[in-house]
Structures are given as structure tokens and as C-alpha cells.
Design a protein around this ligand. Structure first.
Ligand SMILES: NC(=O)C1=CN([C@@H]2O[C@H](COP(=O)(O)OP(=O)(O)OC[C@H]3O[C@@H](n4cnc5c(N)ncnc54)[C@H](OP(=O)(O)O)[C@@H]3O)[C@@H](O)[C@H]2O)[C@H](O)CC1
Ligand SMILES: Cc1cc2nc3c(=O)[nH]c(=O)nc-3n(C[C@H](O)[C@H](O)[C@H](O)COP(=O)(O)O)c2cc1C
Ligand SMILES: Cc1ncc(COP(=O)(O)O)c(C=O)c1O
Ligand SMILES: [K+]
Length: 547
């Protein structure tokens, strides 16, 4: 499989992505049910005593890096989880002294070298920048590096940004003679990254750069900035007073907004106002005064002895990410969220004559691409009054007879289907720019088929199905837990769990399919398969629909 990822970003910094699809080698508090279903349930299981609410520890477990799956989409999902967790929990802020102490411990008894930590710090900065400021709208990055390790982080970030596809420019006026720094400079020179002297910088940076990274001073800054950093800081201050953030490059500060007091922040009120702060190891006290939209934490290297010694409360990093968003999540301009789809063409001459075969091909490709739950589908039912309702269900089988899923025969969907057998299924494989619509009529599968499937499920899910009077109102989660616990005990000997007669499968027999492949400028491909009578037999007929 070949994939290409080319991302576009809009002004909010959060949206407008071009999705290039993978190419395959083969082509009020009271809630009452809207439509109360008839009750097929035996009642005794459901009159159960109150059980205290469980703690929320499972939320933390859900955000644990170890449990997070690796695909980009899942990483995004987990980023959201850990963002929420980070926002909820208090993140430790370090004093200047503790920050320096931690550095010493890491590079002393804990066996790290400065090169290593700087590499990880710089990589964190680059990944955080790339997460917020997408390449397609922000290409040219000016990195202003100071004389110490903060400047070193900037040099490392410049290298990674280059490899991510950005065009870095480095301003490094006070170079340090140490081999670590000269090595970093040589590495950048070998990539032909331009070093820009301070005097060559335009007074107004907004015309020449799309992002400015402030890597001048970190936690060892003290006093007032000395030349030439005083002027450089002023340049960034003038930049941040341009009110319309869309008309100027965003400023990203590494660890500390340069010129700010490490603990007190922007004391005079006339300092840099960065749009983004990437705190390293743990935020310093001044970060409490940061009011920009993007606060990230990087430096995923803190070992337990440091965390426990300094009582560090730090958010979990999502998946394999080098950075995690902390602080408030910026609110998104929903109207600006959009994707531009780029996919291979979907042509009448290439698709299979039979829509079931075409579905199977696409389905297998979705599985091969590693999509999470490609068998999740929206099911829309309509009751006798014509009121539609949709929900997700899992496809559990497909063949020329139809599409099968399992559910509760007392649920709202079951009630709708008993009144109106017409239904629609919808698959959306986001990462592949693909959608499949299926319409038809629905019948229950045989008891035998349902029995067979029921007993293939994990025992926990079998018990869950017995416990749930799906779509009815319950007083609290405890009701389910208590009933579940009792059943768990009842069947603790591993004995056969009978399928309740209120649980089973449905099969939708299609009379219409539509295969949708997203394309640029909203000129998508849509191929519809409908049924036609031809010489006494039914045939599938393919038509292209306008996007
Ligand atoms: N564990 C981590 O999180 C790591 C973080 N890293 C980064 O390192 C910095 C801290 O680096 P450090 O070298 O200790 O200090 P700075 O980069 O902040 O800068 C020190 C140099 O700046 C000079 N300085 C200080 N104040 C001024 C001033 N007012 N005007 C001009 N120059 C100033 C200072 O010179 P002095 O003569 O004054 O001492 C130094 O030359 C941390 O914030 C992270 O970004 C590591 O990369 C990895 C581990
Ligand atoms: C991804 C996903 C898969 C689901 N799969 C099923 C399923 O296979 N069967 C089912 O009864 N409910 C499933 N659900 C729950 C349904 O969406 C829905 O909440 C439930 O069936 C009750 O719907 P109803 O009240 O409209 O009948 C799933 C939910 C999600 C998000
Ligand atoms: C209520 C309910 N029933 C059934 C299913 C299908 O699960 P399984 O794969 O165990 O059959 C799901 C899946 O989410 C569900 O939520
Ligand atoms: K800085």
C-alpha cells in the first residue's frame, strides 16, 4: 500500500486537511424513549438494589500511553483524551531552581547526556509546531536561537522541521564554541539551511516567514536581555501587536517566552506574547501567565525518580507522540473545518458488475489499510409515522443474501423495523475518502443463525446482551452493573449461557448501493447500483450521479 499525506490548514490552525487516500495494488433530566418498544423482557433481572457509583480511575487508564493504539487517527483520538485529562488535572509548574536541579539530575546520576535531552527537546518542539501549523499554510520557519541550551533546542527543531518538509531559516547570533553546538550547526549547513545574520532580518518579519520560533532563552535567563537579543525580542514584540493573527506569523516560544521572568512571567507587560508555548519536561511557573491558544508539553523523557522526587503531575503523552497539548483547548471555527479529498478515480469501467463484489473489495481494502472498525455502519430505520432514526451497528456478515447485524429485538430500531422493513446502511471510511450507501428491506435472521453468533461472542458480551433492556430508561449505571454481577456469578462455572429470545440478528437485502469516492473541488465520484428487470431476471445497473 502506498500512502501520501499532504495536509492543509486553515486560519484556526486546526482544520482543512487534504486527505490523500491510500492506493492499493489492486484497483430536562427526564428522558423517555421516543417510541417505547413493547417489552419482551422477563422482569426479575431488573429489580435490583442500588450500588455505589464507581470511581473515575478508568478514565486515566483509557488515556494511558501503553493502551493507545498506533494509527494516526487513534493517536488523534487519544490526544483528545489526554488533552481532556491534562486540562482536568493540575499540571506541576517548576521554579527556576527546580528546573535547573532536574536538568542536573538528569545529566548526572540519571545517566542522560545533554545531547540526548536536547535532541528530544528539539524533536518535541518540531512535532508540536507541525501539529498546530500545517505545512501547506506555514512553510518558512524562522528559528531565533540564543547562546544556551534553549538555542540548542532551536537548532535541533530546525533540523527536524526540515525533514518534516518545512523550510527553516536560522538566526544564531551568539554561537557557542562547544562541539555539541558546532555539530548542530554543521548538520544544518549540510541541509543547506540558511543562517540569517541579525542585520539581514527585515524589521517586519511578517512578509518573509510563516512561523517564528523563539529559542533565545530558557530557564537560565536572568536580568534584562543584552544585545542583540534585546532588539530581537522587540522585533517579536512588534510582531505580536499586529492584532489580526492571520496577517502575521505565529510566534512559538520554546520552554519560556524569551525575556519573561522565569517565574513571574511578563512582568512589565511589554514582552513577547507567543501564540504557542512548548514547555519542556514540565511547565515553568511563568507558563501560568501564558494566555496564547496553544500550550504543549514536550520532553518525553522524565523517569520515575524525577517525577516522584519533585512530585510532578504530568499528563500522559498520547500514543507515540513527543508532545501533548496542555491547558485549554482552543475553540474551533466549525465553519472552516474542511477536507480536500485526493483519491484515484472511480470509473464505471473499473468497478465490478456486482455491487456485493465491489463492496467486498472496498471492505477488504479498508481492513488492509488498518482502519478501526471498518465494519461500523450507520443504520437508519423509519417508523410507521415516517420518523427516521439512525444509530451505529456492527456489520457481522455480508454475502449475496445481504448485510447482517445483531441487536436487541426490543430496541427502538427493532420497533421501527417491525412497522417498516425499509432501512438504510451507511459506511464511511474517512481515511480512504470513501462512503458506501446501501438501501433495502430488513428481515430477522433465523434463530439458529442468531444462536450461533451469540455463542461466538465473548461471555461478557453475552451477559451484557441479557442484562440490557436496550433503549429503555434506567435509573442509573448501577442497575446494569448489579444485574451483570449477578449473572456473572450465576455463570461463573463456565456453563452454557442461553441466548435470550429478545436478542438476535437482522439481514438487510439491498436494492440499491452507492459507492462514493471523494475527489478534489468536491467533484466526487458516485456510482449507484440499482436493480432492473431484464428478460424476467433482475440485474444490477450502474449509473453515475452528480456529486
Ligand atoms: N531538562 C530539560 O527540560 C532540558 C531543557 N533544555 C533546554 O535548556 C534550557 C536551559 O538551558 P540553559 O543553557 O541552562 O539556559 P538558557 O538557554 O536559558 O540560556 C542561558 C544562556 O543565556 C545567557 N543569558 C542569560 N540571561 C541573559 C540575558 N539577560 N541576556 C543575554 N544573555 C543571557 C546566559 O549567559 P550568562 O552569561 O548570563 O550566564 C547563557 O549563555 C531549557 O529552558 C530548555 O530549553 C535542554 O535542551 C534539554 C534538557
Ligand atoms: C461503533 C458502534 C457500534 C455499535 N454496534 C452495535 C450493534 O452491533 N448492535 C447494537 O445493538 N448496538 C450497537 N451499537 C449501539 C447503537 O448505536 C445504539 O446505541 C443501540 O443499538 C440502541 O439503538 P436504538 O435505541 O436506536 O435501537 C453500536 C454503537 C457504536 C458507536
Ligand atoms: C449494544 C451492542 N450490541 C452489540 C454490539 C456488537 O458487538 P459484538 O461485536 O460483540 O457482537 C455492540 C457493539 O458495539 C453493541 O454496542
Ligand atoms: K524561549
Amino acid at each position: 500500500m502506498l500512502t501520501a499525506a499532504c495536509k492543509f490548514r486553515n486560519k484556526s490552525g486546526l482544520a482543512s486537511t487534504t486527505r490523500v487516500m491510500p492506493f492499493f495494488l489492486s484497483t430536562s433530566a427526564t428522558v423517555t424513549p421516543l417510541c417505547p418498544p413493547p417489552s419482551p423482557y422477563p422482569s426479575p433481572h431488573f429489580r435490583l438494589p442500588y450500588l455505589p457509583r464507581r470511581g473515575l480511575a478508568f478514565l486515566a487508564a483509557a488515556a494511558s500511553p501503553r493502551t493507545l493504539p498506533p494509527t494516526p487517527r487513534q493517536a488523534m483520538a487519544s490526544l483528545a483524551t489526554s488533552t481532556a485529562a491534562a486540562a482536568a488535572a493540575e499540571v506541576t509548574h517548576l521554579s527556576q531552581r527546580d528546573a535547573a536541579d532536574i536538568d542536573e539530575q538528569l545529566m548526572g546520576p540519571l545517566g542522560f547526556s545533554v545531547d540526548q535531552l536536547m535532541e528530544l527537546a528539539g524533536l518535541s518542539v518540531a512535532t508540536a509546531v507541525a501539529e498546530v501549523y500545517k505545512l501547506s499554510e506555514h512553510t518558512r520557519v524562522l528559528i531565533i536561537c540564543g547562546p544556551g541550551n534553549n538555542g540548542g533546542d532551536g537548532l535541533v527543531a530546525a533540523r527536524h522541521l526540515y525533514h518534516f518538509g518545512y523550510k527553516p531559516f536560522v538566526c544564531y547570533p551568539k554561537r557557542t564554541a562547544k562541539p555539541l553546538y558546532s555539530g548542530l550547526v554543521t548538520q544544518l549547513e549540510s541541509l543547506a539551511i540558511p543562517f540569517v545574520p541579525v542585520e539581514d532580518l527585515p524589521q517586519d518579519l511578517s512578509g518573509q516567514y510563516d512561523i517564528v520560533i523563539d529559542a533565545m532563552f530558557g530557564f537560565s535567563f536572568h536580568g534584562a536581555p543584552r544585545p542583540p537579543f534585546d532588539d530581537l525580542i522587540q522585533m517579536l514584540v512588534s510582531l505580536s501587536v499586529i492584532g489580526d493573527s492571520a496577517k502575521r506569523p505565529p510566534i512559538v516560544s520554546v520552554d519560556i517566552p524569551s525575556g519573561w521572568h522565569v517565574e513571574e512571567g511578563d512582568v512589565s507587560g511589554g514582552g513577547i506574547k507567543p501564540d504557542m508555548l512548548v514547555s519542556l519536561t514540565a511547565p515553568k511557573l511563568c507558563a501560568k501567565k501564558f494566555t496564547g491558544p496553544h500550550h504543549f508539553l514536550g520532553g518525553r523523557f522524565v523517569p520515575p525518580p524525577i517525577s516522584s522526587k519533585y512530585g510532578l503531575e504530568l499528563p500522559p503523552y498520547p500514543g507515540t507522540s513527543m508532545c501533548v497539548r496542555i491547558g485549554k483547548v482552543p475553540s474551533v471555527d466549525i465553519s472552516s473545518l474542511r477536507e480536500n479529498y485526493i483519491s484515484p478515480e472511480l470509473l464505471e469501467t473499473q468497478v465490478m458488475p456486482n455491487p456485493f463484489d465491489q463492496f467486498r473489495t472496498w471492505f477488504d481494502e479498508a481492513v488492509t489499510a488498518g482502519l478501526r472498525e471498518p465494519n461500523a455502519m450507520a443504520l437508519t430505520t423509519v417508523n410507521k409515522a415516517g420518523k427516521p432514526s439512525s444509530r451505529m451497528v456492527l456489520l457481522k456478515g455480508v454475502d449475496k443474501q445481504g448485510f447482517v447485524w445483531y441487536t436487541n429485538y426490543g430496541s427502538q430500531k427493532a420497533h421501527d423495523l417491525s412497522e417498516n422493513s425499509n432501512a438504510a446502511l451507511l459506511f464511511y471510511w474517512n481515511e480512504m475518502n470513501r462512503q458506501v450507501r446501501v438501501e433495502g428491506s430488513v428481515q430477522k435472521v433465523s434463530e439458529e443463525e442468531s444462536e450461533k453468533y451469540f455463542h461466538s461472542r465473548p461471555r461478557g458480551s453475552q451477559l451484557g446482551a441479557i442484562v440490557s433492556k436496550q433503549s429503555t430508561v434506567i435509573s442509573g449505571r448501577e442497575v446494569l452493573q448489579q444485574a451483570y454481577k449477578e449473572l456473572e456469578q450465576k455463570y461463573s462455572d463456565g456453563s452454557f449461557i442461553p441466548k435470550p429470545d429478545y436478542w438476535g440478528g437482522y439481514r438487510l437485502t439491498p436494492n440499491l448501493f452507492e459507492f462514493w469516492q471523494g475527489q478534489q473541488s468536491r467533484l466526487h465520484d458516485r456510482l449507484q447500483y440499482s436493480q432492473r428487470e431484464l428478460g424476467g431476471s433482475t440485474e444490477w445497473h450502474i449509473q453515475r450521479l452528480s456529486p
